[in-house]
Design a protein around this ligand. Structure first.
Ligand code: GDP
Ligand code: ZN
Length: 359
């Protein structure tokens, strides 16, 4: 496999230059196991572990390689010999969660994703609040979110749901598709280019595996029908968690990503709703409930039509979801959220003052 096929480009090569001088080689993490990794490069696929020095220097779990990471490794000639990872290249994006023990520690589930498809099914399971949490998680990861409303063949009013979703997640491309009938799949081509890394996020049963198989034109992932048929094999087989599909698109599919509970959504809320939060901070009363208070900036904006009612409602839902996460002990996310809101508020205040000064 060539490096380009794995997503390598000029910027990565530039970031890697100092490591090349050490005689190390670039590889991408294609599978993560307890303490070990599989890395793939132009040398093929190798079992790898982190050097003693690397482990010593690592301060937190997030410093260790994750699926999708580019690493610098010493790769011995003998194909069965283990490679030794010396460095992780800077990540362009990363999906994280709190570690499985429930501690306030970041665990990276996948790195260097270009696009994340957030999948919801247009049936009874469709849930706008959950989709919004995924959008927030995607924004905070640094990858581009794209919403796929799947199972259009089962939908009674796909257009209405689409409108609602677009309002709740402005700026996020949204597509109505059917993996079964193949409706709408052509429109996804721009995201499915060779060397681009994608992942699909969404609850079980929405059609992620079916979609991947459709999108790459091959049976790469077992779908639920198959899974039900031979349930035994699927837990024991180790499959690569980063796959280069025949059409060149790179797919990351880790168990952790599949079951992602977007705990760090607060950062994403701030990114997606910074303007709304800033507006709310303009209310006369600091504890304004934005219902009956005089001098409520939200009520004013709603009345003036400068704030969309649906968007305001989705902000409130996000806040409730976030507050829940914060209560669960994620102080860090809460702090970042507050800092972001504060920053956004300051910017808005300044703009308003400038405006007032002009008049
Ligand atoms: P995953 O858990 O998200 O990977 O979901 P699967 O890909 O395993 O699909 C779950 C079920 O939904 C399977 O029975 C699929 O055949 C079905 N499914 C997937 N896409 C569609 C679709 O567009 N329309 C309909 N009606 N069913 C679909
Ligand atoms: Zn108010």
């Amino acid at each position: 496999m060539t490096l380009a096929e794995l997503g390598w480009d000029n910027d990565r090569a530039a970031a890697f230059a100092p490591h090349a001088a050490e005689g190390w080689r670039p590889g991408r993490v294609t599978l993560q196991m307890k303490g070990y990794f599989e890395i793939t490069g132009d040398f093929g696929a190798r079992l790898a572990e982190c050097s003693g020095r690397f482990q010593h220097a690592a301060i937190q779990p997030a410093d260790f390689p994750a699926v999708g990471d580019w690493v610098a490794a010493a790769v011995p000639e003998a194909p069965e010999a283990r490679a030794v990872i010396h460095a992780v290249l800077p990540r362009r994006s990363r999906f994280s969660r709190r570690d499985a023990g429930g501690n306030d520690v970041e665990q990276v589930l996948a790195a260097n994703l270009d696009t994340v498809f957030l999948v919801s099914a247009l049936d009874r399971t469709h849930n706008l609040a959950r989709l919004e949490r995924y959008v927030a998680a995607a924004w905070s990861s640094g990858a581009q979110p794209v919403i796929l409303l799947n199972k259009a063949d089962l939908a009674e009013d796909a257009a209405a749901i689409r409108t609602e979703v677009t309002r709740a997640a402005p700026g996020v491309p949204t597509f109505v598709i059917s993996a079964r009938s193949r409706r709408g799949l052509k429109a996804l081509t721009p995201y499915l280019q060779p060397g681009r890394t994608i992942a699909l996020l969404g609850p079980s049963g929405v059609g992620k595996s079916t979609l991947v198989n459709r999108l790459v034109g091959e049976e790469l992932l077992p779908t639920q029908e198959v899974r039900d048929a031979d349930d035994k094999g699927r837990h024991t087989t180790t499959r690569r968690e980063l796959i280069v599909a025949p059409n060149g698109v790179i797919i990351i599919d880790t168990p952790g990503m599949r079951s992602l509970q977007p705990w760090d959504a607060a950062e994403g809320v701030a990114a997606a709703f910074g303007d709304v939060a800033a507006l709310a901070a303009q209310c006369r009363f600091r504890d304004c409930t934005h219902t009956v208070e005089p001098g409520c900036a939200i009520a004013a904006a709603l009345a003036a039509g400068t704030l969309d009612l649906e968007r305001w409602q989705s902000f409130q839902r996000m806040q409730r979801a976030t507050a829940h996460e914060v209560r669960r002990g994620d102080r860090r996310a809460g702090q970042i959220y507050k800092a972001d809101v504060r920053r956004a508020t300051k910017g808005l205040r300044r703009r308003i003052q400038e405006k007032l000064g002009e008049e």
